[in-house]
Write a protein that binds this ligand. Structure first.
Ligand code: SF4
Ligand code: SF4
Length: 239
């Protein structure tokens, strides 16, 4: 008993006081800034996942490898800004000189509570680990009433990690069908949003996404827990 009390005192208070306002380490590659002078075609030739397009950089494809920044530091830099989630797929395109992400429109009725069922759909498991970490004592997503539940029948949303392999396509569909309406779909990580590093694999079956529209896209490879906390908190419209 005394040992437990001593351990508790030694550990102190470990939760980040306000994860929505906290500063992240300066080396963290978050929201990128693109110079107006950037040659997007040259950047795309370098990018392992062809994340650059005519308008700018598609954060839904980017795997945050940092290659473009190391090669062309005058054209692109990644800021330590973890607020990179978006409620529309097109809002993940970072255009030259863009300073912030567009705001996320909140859904109604979930200000104080939001339950999610995770489907791990064939990724490398790092996004699942970070999703789990968002619930640990540091990030403590539970303080906002957000929880990851064991059954889709108790969930408001399905949060998908991984690129959706053929082997997981039926399981994802079954999970979605078992989720009571109104139900919401969240794509967490570059794999879930675009296929990521697996986008050219013949082992994927992403047809589910042509039937159902996501209400939140959280980029990253892996996704940082703070990006998860911020994205879902914004979606809930919580204060
Ligand atoms: S950081 Fe993103 S955009 Fe840059 S090369 Fe890597 S994957 Fe491509
Ligand atoms: S997005 Fe990156 S970290 Fe997440 S599952 Fe895919 S490969 Fe792994």
């Amino acid at each position: 008993m005394f040992n437990l009390i001593k351990a508790r005192i030694r550990h102190g208070y470990q939760a980040i006081p306000n994860p929505l306002k906290t500063q992240i380490h300066p080396s963290f590659p978050g929201r990128p800034s693109l110079s107006g002078k950037a040659d997007l075609e040259a950047l795309n030739r370098l990018c392992p996942v062809s994340a650059f397009e005519k308008k700018g950089l598609d954060l839904g494809k980017c795997v945050f490898c940092g290659l473009c920044e190391r090669r062309y530091p005058d054209w692109i830099c990644f800021n330590p800004d973890f607020k990179i989630a978006a409620d529309k797929r097109e809002n993940l395109i970072i255009t030259p000189e863009q300073a912030t992400m567009p705001p996320i429109q909140a859904i109604k009725g979930f200000k104080h509570s939001f339950a999610m069922r995770n489907v791990s759909a064939g990724g490398c498991n790092a996004c699942e680990l970070e999703l789990g970490a968002s619930n640990n004592v540091n990030f403590d997503i539970g303080r906002y009433g957000i929880e990851i539940v064991a059954s889709p029948r108790h969930a408001d949303a399905v949060i998908v990690t991984g690129p959706i392999s053929k082997n997981m396509a039926d399981a994802l569909h079954a999970t979605w069908q078992a989720t009571p309406q109104p139900r919401y779909l969240i794509l967490c990580g570059s794999c879930a949003i675009s296929g990521g590093v697996f986008s050219n694999s013949v082992q994927l079956d992403r047809s589910f996404l042509s039937h159902w529209q996501a209400c939140l896209y959280i980029p990253g490879c892996p996704v940082h827990p703070l990006s998860i906390v911020h994205g879902i908190h914004s979606l809930m419209g919580a204060k």
